[in-house]
Design a protein. Structure first.
Ligand SMILES: [Zn+2]
Length: 150
């Protein structure tokens, strides 16, 4: 299941990606281009704008809440999604991460990370490197909390 979030749902898009869900995000495009993007890639539109949703040729979902946590819970419930591995998709680019060796990542990650043989992954689009550590653990913890409340 693939989604396209509109300009008002940037935080939601990031959190869906952290949860392993494919969610593209459009910040600047006009309605027509936005709708075409969704149709071309067969994405379900996520929006707060009822008028925009009504103009869509494919499926569109109007997100009810203003709050990211509620939105996330809403999407997971409405589409019966399951949380995937949180280290699969770049939060910035929505691109699937690729494994990278600590030798290739040398100099681009903190020394304590490269020396303790963490699982490393890199975004092929923005080259950001992700690894299991404080940041990813806190994302996972927050997601678990949100989704447990469903
Ligand atoms: Zn990226």
């Amino acid at each position: 299941m693939k989604f396209l979030a509109d300009a008002m749902l940037g935080r939601l898009a990031r959190w869906l990606r952290f949860a392993g869900v494919d969610c593209a995000y459009e910040r600047d495009r006009q309605d027509e281009a936005f709708l075409r993007h969704a149709a071309d890639e067969k994405r379900i539109i996520l929006t707060r704008d009822k008028k925009l949703a009504a103009k869509a040729s494919g499926p569109a979902y109007v997100v009810g809440s203003d709050h990211c946590r509620d939105q996330l819970r809403d999407i997971f419930t409405s589409f019966t999604l399951h949380q995937g591995d949180i280290l699969t998709r770049c939060g910035d680019c929505n691109v699937v991460l690729a494994p990278i060796s600590s030798a290739d990542a040398f100099g681009r990650i903190p020394l304590h990370v490269s020396s303790s043989c963490h699982e490393l992954k890199m975004c092929p689009s923005c080259s950001k490197i992700y690894w299991r550590g404080a940041h990813v653990d806190s994302i996972e913890c927050t997601l678990r909390k949100i989704l447990k409340e469903m």
